[in-house]
Ligand binder design. Structure first.
Ligand code: AMO
Length: 439
């Protein structure tokens, strides 16, 4: 038996560790028998892959035969010696001395790593699909983006909160909500922690954030929409303008990208051929008034007062890259008509809100909120919402609430844009959409 407690990972296999004993375990990526006396195998773990050489000096013919015929993607453990080798790509290999099959794969894999298996089939077999270096890297970066952002906020005295996902009234005040039976009542899955993150400020928490799943009964099937995603939400009190919120967001993002680049920059270049760019602060800012002009000049059919489409976002992304050499842009001062009832409105009927685009795709919506009880109720009324259902929310503002604002960011969209992925589903562990509920 090979002792798994002695296990190292493939990053141990370097010329520096020449002649050292090593125990490795992982998936078999490739097997190449050379006649009866020699087998080359590529073993993969989370750190990468390495060539393992099985020679007749160390194994009998029966063993070499067995090794040659282990199905690809089986999981094995082996003990061997690290050896420098001029013939290997990495300049180093492992000469195997012992091996043990931990779990045999069925012989015919449902997906093919070497050809372009379609995304649907890949998602059906996600646990195999995610074994590739490229797909693992997407999730290492997603994890680090969330954690570096969390680190930034915790250093800046934000409190992480955990709001309920089973709720009694739609959290964005309307459509796109999943309903579920709840004992003798109806409940809903939270579309966002919007109302409750605001409640935290009414409770005197001052600066809060949450990273948690949200649910959207959104029937659109696009490369950027899913029905369940992790949302990165933030809310902060005593702001003088939504500008204060944008400052926190751009600093948080630049901090996170810098850390991601330090940790993963080389690998991202190798695997995705992308040079990660640490964005300059401040990010460019464009008011909707300017956006309409830019879009009309660049072939969009948008009319003043309308919201921007995904094609418009792409045009703006290109414009910003050319004009400011920047991947990010804040778009501000949207017509209140196209924004949520809880956004504060100015005297020109604009909402004091913003979106953040990353390489021409919206990754964030944010705003200063209307914290004045009467105004908030009247704005909800103007939008035609059911005031009775929102009464619990209005109460958060009835007994004193600091002026505040915040944003919601989609981490999967963020990583999609960072790594130029063609579909948000590639950056979601098990995506949910109109058609997909399994696995
Ligand atoms: P919004 O609805 O714009 O705003 O969502 C915020 C961000 O979440 C991401 N996102 C999605 N990602 C995947 N699939 C979807 N269907 C989807 N919908 C949205 C986007 C988007 O920018 N309460 C406000 C935020 C706030 O004002 O604080 C809200 O939820 O990246």
């Amino acid at each position: 038996m090979i002792d798994l407690a002695e296990r190292k990972q493939t990053d141990f296999v370097t010329p520096k560790n020449d002649n050292k004993k090593v125990v490795l375990s992982g998936f078999i990526e490739k097997i190449r028998p050379i006649g009866k006396n020699l087998v080359f195998l590529v073993l993969k773990d989370i750190k990468g892959s390495v060539q393992i050489t099985f020679k007749k000096e160390n194994f009998n013919e029966k063993d070499l035969k067995e090794i040659s015929s282990i199905p690809i993607q089986s999981v094995i453990s082996l003990e061997g010696i690290v050896k420098k080798s001029k013939l290997c790509k990495k300049g180093v290999e492992v000469i195997a001395k012992k091996y043990e099959i931990l779990s045999k794969s069925a012989p015919n894999l449902p997906i093919d790593f070497n050809s372009e298996t379609g995304l649907d089939k890949r998602l059906d077999n996600r646990w195999i699909d995610l074994r590739t270096e490229k797909n693992t890297l997407i999730f290492q970066i997603l994890s680090d983006f969330i954690n570096f952002s969390r680190e930034y906020l915790l250093k800046n005295e934000f409190i992480e909160i955990f709001t309920p996902k089973i709720i009694g009234a739609a959290s964005e005040g309307g459509a796109e909500v999943f309903e579920l039976p709840y004992f003798d009542k109806k409940a809903y899955l939270a579309q966002s922690p919007q109302f409750f993150k605001q409640m935290a400020l009414s409770a005197g928490f001052e600066k809060v954030f949450e990273v948690a799943p949200v649910f959207r009964a959104d029937p659109s099937s696009t490369s950027r929409h899913v029905t369940e995603f992790t949302s990165f939400d933030l809310e902060m009190a005593y702001i003088t303008s939504f500008e204060d919120v944008m400052k926190v967001e751009e600093n948080m993002i630049a901090y996170s990208i810098k850390k991601i680049k330090e940790k993963w920059g080389g690998k991202v270049k190798e695997v995705f051929d992308i040079d990660l760019i640490i964005p300059k602060i401040p990010f460019p800012r464009l008011k909707m008034e300017e956006i309409y002009k830019i879009l009309q000049k660049n072939g969009s059919k948008i009319k003043k007062g309308e919201d921007i489409s995904t094609t418009d976002e792409r045009i703006i992304g290109e414009y910003v890259k050319k004009k400011f050499n920047h991947d990010f842009v804040f778009i501000t001062d949207y017509p209140w008509k196209v924004r949520s009832f809880y956004h504060m409105r100015d005297s020109k009927n604009n909402s004091l809100s913003f979106d953040l685009l990353y390489k021409g795709v919206e990754i964030t919506t944010g705003a200063q909120r209307e914290h004045r009880y009467e105004k908030l109720v009247s704005q909800a009324k103007e939008k035609g919402l059911n005031l009775k259902l929102l009464d619990f929310y209005f109460n958060f503002f009835k007994y004193g609430c600091p002026p505040h604002g915040g944003f919601g960011l989609g981490p999967a969209r963020f990583v999609k844009q960072m790594l130029n992925l063609s579909n948000i589903r590639e950056a979601i562990f098990l995506p949910r959409d109109m058609k997909r509920l399994m696995p």
